[in-house]
Design a protein around this ligand. Structure first.
Ligand SMILES: Nc1nc2c(ncn2[C@@H]2O[C@H](COP(=O)(O)OP(=O)(O)O)[C@@H](O)[C@H]2O)c(=O)[nH]1
Ligand SMILES: [Mg+2]
Length: 244
C-alpha cells in the first residue's frame, strides 16, 4: 500500500518543521505532498529545505492564496496521477494529530472507501477551541446532517484517508467550493456513489502556533452551498415519486 499525505499550507512557518518530523515518525513509509500558496512567511522555502534533507516530501508551489478547496484539488490530482493507493488529507497546524494517520490508513485497508477523523462520534471531541468556533462547527454539522442526511457525523473534518479508486471516481477536480463546503461535497459524492465512508474518533486541538485562515466568507459559502444541495436533493428525490 503506497500512501501520500496531502497537507495544504498558508503561513505555517512555525508548524511546518515539527509537522513534517512528526509525520515521518508516525508513518515512516508514507510520502508527503505540501501544497503551499506562496506563503508570505516563507513556509514554502522551509518545506523545500526539509524535503531535500528528509526525502519522501514534495512541495507544490502555487503563485498565491487560492483557498483550501483549490489546494486539495491540485494536491489530489497530483497524488492520483502518481498512482498512490491511499490519499490522506490533513492540516499542518497540529489540530490533526499525526499519530492518528496510521489508523485512518488501516481503516481504508480493512474495507472503508474513505475514513473521516470525526469529532462528533463517541470518543471524539474538540479541545481549546473558542466557543464560537465550537458552536459553528457543531451546529454546521447538524445543519449538514439535517439537509443532506449523509449519515456522516463530521462532514467538515479535513482529516481523512481515501482509497484512490474512490477518490478518482468522485472527480474532486470538478468541485468548485473553496472552504468547508469542499469537504462536505466530497462526502456527498462518496455516499451518492455508494462508497462506504467510515469514521474514526479524533480529538481536534486548536492550533498553538500561527493563526486560522478561515473567514466569514468561507462560512457563508459553506452554508449557501449546503442549502442549495439540500434543496436540489429534495427536488430530485421527489421527482421520481411524482412520476410514479
Ligand atoms: N495552500 C493553502 N493552504 C491553506 C489555505 N487556507 C488554509 N490553508 C491551510 O489549511 C489548513 C487548515 O487551515 P486553518 O486556517 O488552520 O483552518 P481552521 O483549522 O478551520 O481554522 C492549514 O494547514 C492551513 O495552512 C489556502 O488558501 N491555501
Ligand atoms: Mg487549523
Amino acid at each position: 500500500m503506497r500512501s501520500v499525505i496531502v497537507a495544504p499550507t498558508y503561513n505555517e512557518r512555525e508548524n511546518i518543521e515539527p509537522f513534517l518530523r512528526a509525520v515521518r515518525l508516525a508513518v515512516p513509509e508514507a510520502d508527503v505532498l505540501i501544497v503551499d500558496d506562496n506563503s508570505p512567511d516563507g513556509t514554502g522555502a522551509v518545506a523545500d529545505h526539509l524535503a531535500s534533507e528528509q526525502g519522501q516530501i514534495k512541495v507544490l508551489h502555487r503563485p498565491g492564496k487560492q483557498g483550501l478547496g483549490s489546494a486539495y484539488r491540485e494536491g489530489f490530482s497530483i497524488a492520483l496521477a502518481e498512482g498512490y493507493d491511499v490519499v490522506v488529507s490533513m492540516d499542518c497546524d497540529f489540530s490533526h494529530d499525526p499519530e492518528v494517520i496510521a489508523s485512518l490508513i488501516t481503516a481504508t485497508c480493512e474495507g472503508d472507501d474513505a475514513v473521516i477523523g470525526s469529532r462528533y462520534i463517541p470518543g471524539g471531541g474538540t479541545v481549546d477551541w473558542p466557543t464560537h468556533r465550537r458552536l459553528l462547527s457543531r451546529w454546521g454539522n447538524r445543519y449538514v446532517g439535517l439537509l443532506l442526511g449523509l449519515g456522516v457525523h463530521d462532514c467538515t473534518s479535513g482529516f481523512r484517508a481515501y482509497r484512490s479508486v474512490a477518490l478518482r471516481d468522485i472527480d474532486p477536480m470538478s468541485t468548485t467550493a473553496e472552504g468547508y463546503a469542499f469537504l462536505t461535497e466530497l462526502v456527498r459524492r462518496l455516499t451518492n456513489h455508494g462508497y462506504k465512508v467510515g469514521e474514526v474518533p479524533i480529538t481536534f486541538r486548536d492550533r498553538e502556533r500561527g493563526t486560522s485562515k478561515m473567514s466569514s466568507r468561507i462560512i457563508i459559502e459553506s452554508m449557501l452551498l449546503v442549502t442549495r444541495w439540500g434543496i436540489s436533493d429534495l427536488i430530485h428525490r421527489r421527482r421520481p415519486r411524482r412520476v410514479r
